[in-house]
Design a protein around this ligand. Sequence first.
Ligand SMILES: [Mg+2]
Length: 191
Amino acid sequence: MRKIKIGIDVEGVLADIHTLFLEEISKFYQIDAKLEEITDWEWEILTEKLKEKCIDVGNLYMKWSSEYWKKRWKEIPLIEKDSPSILKELRKTSKIYIVTHRKNIESVKKWLDYQGFEHDGLIYVQYGVSKLEAVDVCLLVDDNPTLSTSANYRKKLLLYDRPWNREVKENDWIKRIYSLKEIQNFIPPPL
Ligand SMILES: [Mg+2]
């Protein structure tokens, strides 16, 4: 049986790095920052909350999250507790590629092993390049709303529901999912 290829993003799909970042930024700058408030991809709400301090939240996120991956990757929690077993089940019918923009690829690899993920490969895609264009998969599971412009009938986007991507509308090749368990509904039956 030919297995279909599925790409799965790390941050915001498997790894809950945002909660860690929001907890630390709240503590450090004494603000109240919650995940549900992050309703855009550019950290607008946080930038507003920190405007008196003139902080570039995007840069701060890159800096701090890179430190988490380098030194504290064991502390990065899963978004869905049973995601390793969901992917294990999916691998019976599909090839699962983990796709990330994160440069600390060795740390991502260690984190995936530590959490017990089984997969068919870990792929690094340079920041700024669309994962849908760079990687040969039929389905990509990702939380990045900007990927919606590069989805098409051959490469579908399963948008993993997060507060920052709720503006994206579904169409024939963009579908919203609320759990990794829903991926199996999009796998075509064997010919
Ligand atoms: Mg992501």
